[in-house]
Design a protein around this ligand. Sequence first.
Ligand code: 39A
Length: 215
Amino acid sequence: MQLSTNISNSYELLEFLKNQNLLENHPEFWWPSASSFEILIGAILTQNTKWINVEKSLENLKKLDIVSLEKLRDVDTQTLVLAITPSGFKNQKSVRLKLLAKNIIDEFGSFETFCITVSKEWLLEQKGIGLETADAILCYACHQEFMVVDKYTQRLVKHFGFEFESYEDLQAWCEYGINENFDKISELYGFEISLNKLYCRFHGKIIEFMKSNKL
Ligand code: 39A
């Protein structure tokens, strides 16, 4: 990590991270299985645990073939609890996952309609969904223009001298610098990239950078 690096906005942070090729061996939108219902499961399972534990739970769910709205709603609770044990808070998370699946079916009918029409407000009304989880679902499953920020983002920007009082303030700082400089983005990337994909990859770069212990 170049301790001498100075940044004055989130576009410069993106530039700094982009030069390090952090996403070379990762999917296009960084989060595995982006655009699918699996994102909703991962976004809830990842609360208060490490991603490696989420991967184990997801593996179990895939083996049992319960990675869809209807199957999750209908699976018996004990089977679900056992499958998601690796990612912790198994009883609480299983109740929340089943209820979310039921509410999506009742309100939207299908995952596709959910992705097109769901709002952040609706997600925040669901049990166990806070700002970060809602944004992860909107960004990675629904490809809406929300950037996810988290503890890693907070720690990284603090290192560069930026501190924020709330999740929303940190998110606004991340999004503002990118939007203000969007005319430079296609030059930086060498191709046109959508704002949603940029947010996905920016968040992914932040997590991979922090996990590589460069700070
Ligand atoms: N903390 C994390 C992650 N670490 C992750 N990946 C690695 C792929 N995802 C998708 C979410 N949260």
